[in-house]
Design a protein around this ligand. Structure first.
Ligand SMILES: [Zn+2]
Ligand SMILES: [Zn+2]
Length: 169
C-alpha cells in the first residue's frame, strides 16, 4: 500500500517552503499507523497526541492538517455534519466513502467510473486534478432495523460501530 513516508513528506514540505517539524512528524506518524478505514478529526488527533505523552495545541493541529491537506499528503473528508475528518492520501487510486449519517460507520470503496468523471470534469475546465472523492450519505441497516428515524432512541449505539470504520461522535 503506497502512502506518504517521512522522506516523501519532507520533500513535499520542502517544495512548498516548509520544514518537517517534530509536530508535523508526530502527526504524520499517527496517520501512518492508523488501521485502514479509520478517519480522524482534529479533536481525535489531539487526544491521540496526548495519549503518546506529547503536547501539541489544538490550534497547531488544525493548522497542520490543513497544510498537509493542501499539499495532498492528507485528504480532508466531509463525512458527516460537524467536524471534518482526515486520512492519509494513498497514492494508489483514490477511494470513496459510504457513510451512515446516524452512527458514522464508514465503508470505503474504489470505483474507476467516479475517477473518470472527476478527471474529465477537471480537464474540461483546464483544472489539475488533485483528489477525487465521492461521499454517499446513507443510513445503515442496523439503524433501519431499529426503526430509524422515529423509533430510534437518542442514545442508540450501532452494534457494528467500534468494529469497523468510524464510530466516534
Ligand atoms: Zn477513507
Ligand atoms: Zn448507522
Amino acid at each position: 500500500m503506497a502512502s506518504y513516508t517521512e522522506i516523501l513528506l519532507r520533500a513535499a514540505l520542502k517544495k512548498h517552503g516548509f520544514r518537517l517539524t517534530p509536530q508535523r512528524e508526530t502527526i504524520l506518524n499517527i496517520f501512518q499507523t492508523l488501521p485502514k478505514g479509520k478517519h480522524l478529526s482534529a479533536e481525535d488527533l489531539y487526544e491521540l497526541v496526548q495519549r503518546q505523552g506529547e503536547v501539541i495545541s489544538l490550534a497547531t493541529i488544525y493548522r497542520t492538517v490543513k497544510l498537509m491537506s493542501q499539499m495532498g499528503i492528507l485528504r480532508e473528508l466531509e463525512l458527516a455534519e460537524g467536524h471534518k475528518h482526515y486520512e492519509i492520501n494513498q497514492l494508489s487510486p483514490p477511494h470513496h466513502h459510504l457513510v451512515c449519517v446516524r452512527c458514522h460507520q464508514t465503508i470505503e470503496f474504489v470505483n474507476d467510473l467516479v475517477l473518470e468523471v472527476g478527471q474529465k470534469q477537471a480537464n474540461s475546465a483546464s483544472y489539475d486534478l488533485l483528489d477525487c472523492q465521492l461521499t454517499i450519505h446513507a443510513i445503515c441497516p442496523e439503524a433501519l432495523q431499529e426503526g430509524w428515524p422515529s423509533s430510534l432512541s437518542e442514545d442508540w449505539q450501532c452494534p457494528r460501530s467500534g468494529l469497523t470504520g468510524d464510530s466516534h461522535h
